[in-house]
Design a protein around this ligand. Structure first.
Ligand code: NAP
Length: 335
């Protein structure tokens, strides 16, 4: 099949292009050229912020377009230019489009955030509204029968540019103190989920080349945080001990949640966010989503980082010095 990837050169997009090439599809990637497209794909250089960016690709017919953008203006212009020449449009969205993350097991019919009216986000805090506006643009132009919307959960696996999904396996592989302790939030029921970018890429290609349409939650299997830590320890072949820290104490020490510097990745303290990583994936599974075991994703991520380096060494989690200091502080506080 003839597939146009709007993107296809960064992390997930590159994996989608590779997955499609493995299945012998004819793949074109359109991007500005910050990174190369995979070997075997045709590359079209264009900046989607320019009005006529898609002129060249809108002269051809496509079996499917896969769009990885988050800026509504880019998607509004793309569906306008490509609807006449593309049979199907697959939009890579996010579970951040949902208005609430309180319910565990919520499906795709849950209320969405209001769509962003502007063509560009003022900042990443508008990401959910922006993706919601992109979804609307795709559905308005292509209709339910010619569109597939992939609402992805947290993506992990080899090469995660944020370094956040590999934090725990990396911690177990290289503990920060001599006692081999790993500081973790005391949150035994916190759901975590990571979808491997390779599984997500295969699913996106299946949607682009198959008949399934509509919206799909695409998340990894939900594991409570202690099970994620067990999988990370096993993948790292580590015997390090988890030291659970009370959430209120972590707040007091200004440890942040989810991602970013001085954070404990995957941690959400607010119980009304516990549904974020535990949504129903029934529709996606019925449409062909298959997931590899978490331990495989974490083991492969660790091996990738050992070989290629940590992509964002200070971008996610605690540094060694921060973790050592916090462990010592917690031990003193608990005496
Ligand atoms: N990471 C997560 O946990 C997570 C969770 C849910 C959903 N998602 C979604 O998953 C997708 C991830 O995609 P990705 O890993 O491939 O990375 P990305 O950084 O979102 O992809 C950007 C792609 O678009 C191209 N691009 C950016 N600006 C452009 C412009 N002005 N004109 C033309 N092309 C442009 C980039 O190439 P150039 O820079 O060369 O132009 C690149 O190929 C995104 O849709 C993201 O929102 C991610």
């Amino acid at each position: 099949m003839k597939l146009l990837l709007l993107g296809g050169t960064a992390w997930l997009g590159h994996a989608v292009a590779e997955a499609a090439l493995r299945e012998a599809h004819d793949v074109t990637c359109l991007a500005r050229g910050s990174a190369p497209a995979p070997e075997g794909a045709r590359f079209v250089r264009a900046d989607r912020d320019a009005a006529g960016a898609l002129h060249e690709v809108s002269q051809e017919r496509w079996d499917a377009v896969v769009d990885l953008a988050s800026e509504p203006g880019q998607v509004r212009r793309a569906v306008r230019d490509l609807e006449p020449v593309a049979a199907k449009y697959v939009f890579v969205s996010s579970c951040s489009v949902y208005a609430s993350h309180a319910t565990i097991g919520a499906d795709e019919s849950t209320e969405l955030l209001p769509p962003l009216e502007a063509d560009s986000m003022a900042g990443m805090e508008q990401y959910g509204e922006a993706k919601s506006a992109c979804e609307n643009a795709v559905l308005d132009a292509f209709g339910e029968q010619r569109a597939a919307i992939v609402r992805s959960g947290l993506i992990g696996g080899p090469g995660d540019p944020t370094g956040r999904t590999s934090y725990w396996v990396r911690r177990f592989a290289a503990p920060s103190n001599e006692q081999e302790q790993v500081l973790a939030p005391d949150a035994p029921e916190l759901p975590t989920a990571i979808i491997d970018e390779r599984d997500l890429a295969d699913f996106i290609v299946a949607l682009a080349t198959g008949g399934a349409t509509g919206a799909f939650n695409a998340l990894g299997d939900a594991h409570p945080l202690p099970a994620h830590l067990d999988a990370a320890r096993a993948a790292a072949e580590s015997s390090a001990e988890v030291v659970p820290a009370p959430e209120t104490w972590l707040h007091k020490c200004e440890v942040t949640q989810w991602m970013g510097p001085r954070s404990l990745p995957l941690w959400f303290a607010a119980r009304d966010w516990y549904g974020m990583n535990a949504r129903s994936t029934e529709r996606a599974r019925a449409a062909g989503l298959t997931l590899r075991p978490l331990a495989e994703t974490l083991g492969d991520s660790l091996r990738h980082e050992l070989e290629h380096g940590i992509p964002n060494p200070h971008g996610a989690g605690l540094t060694d010095a921060e973790e050592r200091e916090l462990l010592a502080e917690l031990a003193r506080a608990q005496q």
